[in-house]
Design a protein around this ligand. Structure first.
Ligand SMILES: NC(=O)c1ccc[n+]([C@@H]2O[C@H](COP(=O)([O-])OP(=O)(O)OC[C@H]3O[C@@H](n4cnc5c(N)ncnc54)[C@H](O)[C@@H]3O)[C@@H](O)[C@H]2O)c1
Ligand SMILES: [Zn+2]
Length: 377
């Protein structure tokens, strides 16, 4: 498959052998979803004769009237569709939430020719994806992400799962979708803060993998914030391509390559742990602070110069993201980082930039250096 760009759509292939699929990025084309769904399901043996689907969404999207067009699209290609609506919010990403979807699947006598369609943000995608991964040992999944975070991050890569009351994302599976349909028009109704949180992950892709993409972001700040469809299609597709390039080389997080996606996240996870997951920082905001802090750490180690740090911080600020989280205790942040499961031998592991567009995994930073940087957070 080759990447195809025409005026109103960008097709991003994700090459994973028999689990390959396409991310199609469009603007204002809900009417074409049925044909895409049918085409994507054709490529999975289980879906070739797909006649029914469970369309999973959350109550916000029902209020916005979004599911109707997708349901009609599926029905138009002969896929009888049952709607399952979960309450909005992280609490739905639970074993109880999954059980509710299993009930719906059993009620509709779903078999391995039934597809699950996840229409919503990362919560719906992770939950519906987990149900699809486990029901009947795996049934086809289509992702229709409607938050920027879900469009650029959670719906590509095959990680699905739910939370345990004591640990986030701890119950899960790898289950690649059969197709991902991204319509940037859905972002029109997304609150500004949710848009900004997605943009933090977008900036991350530029810093870790693609200096030209970072330049494009610097040039396009106004168009992106104005939600210009062309600008959104471009950044969503580029982000998906970059995430796909990592996932293609490390599908199940075995070679360590997928770790590059954690730039900014070592500090971000500590901020979330210390400030609380329902605290003042949403994930994308914690990632923005984390990227700024980790860029400063890379500068202290002599890996990048002050110019690169300045560019990263300025871009985040222009996008309306924080670069500091005042009031958090450096000792508690370090404590949270030392307990992180990804560490080896008591040292804290970071993914740090060598330049804009290139990162390396390291456990090199001395505790004193980490502390000095966190003191400025
Ligand atoms: N699987 C992965 O690889 C991966 C990666 C990153 C994050 N995640 C997970 O993603 C989740 C966060 O996802 P999220 O940020 O999309 O949150 P979310 O799904 O909770 O959505 C955020 C809010 O936006 C609303 N919403 C969704 N689409 C909308 C639209 N078009 N217009 C208006 N409102 C809309 C939702 O109802 C919700 O209230 C977390 O659970 C996280 O663990 C998973
Ligand atoms: Zn993240």
């Amino acid at each position: 498959m080759k990447e195809v760009q025409v005026e109103t759509e960008i097709r991003v292939p994700v090459a994973l052998g028999p689990r390959s699929y396409e991310v199609r990025v469009v603007s204002g084309r809900a009417g074409d979803f049925g044909a895409f769904a049918r085409g994507s399901l054709e490529t999975s043996w289980a879906g070739r004769s797909c006649r029914s689907a469970l369309l999973v969404t959350d109550a916000h999207l029902v209020d916005l009237g979004l599911p109707q067009a997708y349901r009609e699209g599926l029905e138009a290609v002969g896929i009888a569709t049952t709607l399952a609506v979960v309450p909005p919010g992280e609490a739905s990403k639970s074993l109880e939430g999954a059980a509710g979807l299993y009930d719906a699947l059993v009620r509709m006598r779903a078999d391995r020719h039934t597809a699950v369609v996840a229409l919503g943000g990362g919560v719906v995608g992770d939950l519906a994806g987990f149900a699809a991964a486990t029901y009947a040992r795996g049934i086809p999944l289509l992702m229709v992400p409607t938050t920027l975070l879900a469009q650029v991050d959670s719906s590509v890569g095959g990680k699905v799962g739910v939370n345990h009351p004591g640990a986030k994302n701890i119950i899960g599976a790898f289950h690649q979708p059969s197709g991902v349909w991204v319509d940037t028009e859905t972002l029109r109704t997304l609150p500004d803060r949710e848009l900004r949180c997605g943009l933090a992950e977008v900036v991350k892709y530029g810093v870790i993998l693609d200096p030209e993409f970072f330049d494009e972001l610097e040039d396009q700040v106004e168009a992106i914030l104005a939600r210009d469809p062309r600008a959104l299609r471009s950044i969503v597709a580029r982000s998906c391509r970059l995430k796909a390039s990592v996932v293609e080389r490390d599908e199940r997080e075995e070679t360590g390559l997928r770790a590059v996606l954690n730039f900014g996240h070592t500090v971000a996870h500590a901020i979330e742990a210390v400030a609380g997951y329902d605290g003042p920082y949403q994930h994308g905001e914690a990632v923005a602070v984390g990227m700024a802090a980790e860029a400063r750490l890379a500068e202290r180690m002599g890996w990048i110069g002050p110019d690169a740090v300045g560019r990263i911080e300025r871009l985040l600020v222009r996008l309306g993201l924080p670069t500091a989280a005042p009031g958090l205790d450096a000792d508690r942040l370090i404590d949270a980082m030392t307990r992180d499961k990804k560490n080896r031998g008591g040292r804290i592991r970071f993914v740090l930039p060598r330049a804009i567009g290139r990162v390396e995994l390291t456990d090199g930073p001395e505790a004193a250096e980490v502390r000095a940087v966190l003191a400025t957070v």
